[in-house]
Design a binder for this molecule. Structure first.
Ligand SMILES: [Zn+2]
Length: 370
């Protein structure tokens, strides 16, 4: 399958769309990063430690798919590694946590803060970002994403202890949340001041599947709010957030954190999100990553893209087509091209708050059928 050609550069498209002008197609972003090197025959552990390979993979993704975003994500573990958590790397899979940085909450007193020039893999990533800005900065918006304060806190003390201590030692949890929040803010601010790169917040654990409503209110919301308010001042506009899992019981509270865009898991309804909060936030998502992008046929991909755009394509604050979570390892190039192409067809001639003309054309075609 060949990628359909589009007219605008990603930068032109995103700028015009944000101003409410009509664009050639709806914005489309990929959450790829650390799961994609294998598609190009590159081992994941080599990729993690090489600015050359990061630039090569990003250049390939841009050439092959022409998505509107570019730039490596820090994923869920880069910041905790930079703060002392030990990770295990392998060739064919993403890293995982071997040993949390903090065994006892007393170790947090007077503990050092993150230094993006020195800690973990961040200096390698900064080198790669500088090269991407030189090579592509004129036509493309370079960005990144990272675990937010809540996920960082879990990675610093270990997820099991983190969840247990919400009941057993709430003071300890507040202590680690304060520390992780200040480190998140320092990282995101320093990266922005150095490179003018904005970071999207990923919080896979703030869902009902893992966190009760009261624990969300007590231990996650106040710290996320602080980080989001701070980054809004630094960026001059609110950051976006991605949450995995079931979140609709707390949408109101998540939106009240002050976010600009919300990327929801594919288990959630874009139609509902638009009905309830479309006047407040841009919607991002939510093509099913595993069932459709990885395991589905090209037709499945096209149908799921149609579902997403016809549900949220006319969202008042805008819609961006995107997988519902990170693209899984083993997803074929064919399916990612099908995703981009279906987005270009159904999302053709898009404008914030109005259904793209690609959807109108589809409806006309269907009604002509006998
Ligand atoms: Zn997710």
């Amino acid at each position: 399958m060949k990628l359909l050609k589009t007219e605008m550069t990603p930068k032109e498209r995103l700028l015009s769309y944000s101003k409410g002008e009509e664009v050639d197609r709806i914005p489309i972003v990929l959450i790829a990063g650390e799961t994609i090197p294998l598609l190009y025959g590159i081992s994941i552990s080599d990729y993690y430690f090489s600015a050359d390979l990061m630039v090569r993979v990003e250049s390939k993704i841009a050439e092959d798919f022409q998505a509107d975003n570019m730039g490596m994500g820090l994923g869920l573990r880069t910041l905790v590694e930079a703060l002392g958590t030990k990770l295990k790397y392998s060739d064919n899979n993403v890293s995982y946590i071997l040993e949390p940085a903090v065994r006892d909450y007393s170790e947090l007193e007077g503990r050092r803060f993150i230094d993006i020039e020195k800690d973990g893999r961040i200096p390698i990533m900064i080198e790669a970002f500088k090269r991407l800005l030189d090579l592509f900065g004129e036509k493309r918006t370079i960005g990144t994403g990272s675990a937010g304060p809540f996920t960082i806190a879990a990675g610093l003390i270990g997820t099991e202890k983190f969840l247990k201590d919400m009941r057993k030692n709430p003071d300890g949890i507040h202590q680690v949340m304060k520390y992780s929040t200040e480190n998140y803010i320092k990282f995101a601010t320093d990266i922005y001041n150095n490179l003018k790169i904005k970071s999207m917040i990923s919080e896979p654990m703030i869902c009902r599947n893992i966190l009760s409503p009261s624990n969300f209110k007590n231990f996650a919301a106040p710290y996320l709010k602080r980080a989001i308010e701070h980054m809004t001042k630094v960026y001059g506009g609110p950051p976006g957030i991605h949450a995995c899992g079931v979140t609709h019981d707390r949408w109101e509270e998540i939106i009240n954190l002050g976010i600009g865009s919300f990327s929801v898991d594919n288990c959630e309804s874009l139609l509902e999100l638009k009905k309830q909060h479309g006047e407040d936030i841009a919607i991002v998502g939510n093509v099913a990553p595993v069932d459709v992008l990885k395991n589905g046929t090209v037709t499945d991909v096209e149908e799921d893209v149609l579902r997403c755009i016809s549900q949220a394509g006319d969202n008042p604050c805008g819609y961006t087509l995107c997988p519902g979570c990170t693209i899984p390892i083993g997803t074929s190039k064919e399916n990612i091209i099908a995703f981009m192409n279906a987005g270009a067809v159904y999302g053709k001639e898009a404008r914030k708050g109005k259904m793209p003309k690609g959807i109108e054309a589809y409806i006309d075609r269907e009604s002509d059928k006998p």
